[in-house]
Write a protein that binds this ligand. Structure first.
Ligand SMILES: [Ca+2]
Ligand SMILES: [Ca+2]
Length: 184
């Protein structure tokens, strides 16, 4: 495979994962995602007492939305985006300093602490099952399989580094982790 083919394959993989993320964010399945949809997640975390201050998370998502609009070729913020817009915009901003250095580290830490219910700095299988149950997924075999996939050193818990690695891999076009965005 030459370099151009490799790049195309990476882009296809990222597009696949971004399509899953879009479907996850489009809660009412109308084919559009607005900045309000992006804020459903931070709002739920605040409502459930998972985070005290959702301002940082909301600001990150707002900025993401604006950058995706621009990346998709719109001169100004749009009321909503289609899946095609979302993927096109995300592919344009995927290697930007902001996404890699600010957005991803910011949200990954928050994700980890919301799944780590007992706050011991590790995610156990029970916590992982709870995370999926909160999304209406009760499939135990699915939980075990995805848990083992993330627990790369096989010690029975997911460390912050293992968790971060999943997002780093997704950013590089590895679509083996799109299960993170599964919902019922
Ligand atoms: Ca824990
Ligand atoms: Ca581990």
């Amino acid at each position: 495979m030459d370099r151009a083919e490799q790049m195309e394959q990476t882009e296809n993989c990222i597009a696949f994962t971004e399509g899953k993320i879009f479907e996850f964010l489009d809660f009412d399945n109308d084919g559009f995602v607005s900045v309000g949809d992006l804020n459903i997640f931070p709002k739920n975390l605040i409502r459930d007492g998972k985070i005290e201050d959702g301002k940082r998370l909301s600001a990150l998502y707002k900025e993401l939305y604006v950058r995706i609009c621009r990346g998709a070729g719109y001169p100004a913020e749009q009321a909503s985006l289609t899946k095609e817009d979302w993927i096109r915009g995300k592919l344009v901003i995927k290697n930007t300093e902001w996404l890699q250095r600010e957005f991803m580290p910011g949200i990954v830490d928050i994700y980890f602490s919301t799944v780590d219910l007992n706050q011991d700095g590790r995610i156990g299988l029970r916590e992982w099952e709870h995370f999926y149950r909160s999304r209406g997924i009760e499939d135990k075999a699915f939980c075990v399989r995805t848990f083992q996939q993330m627990d790369t050193n096989g010690d029975g818990v997911i460390s912050p580094d293992e968790f971060k690695n999943v997002f780093a891999q997704m950013g590089k076009g590895n679509n083996n982790y799109s299960f993170l965005y599964a919902r019922k």
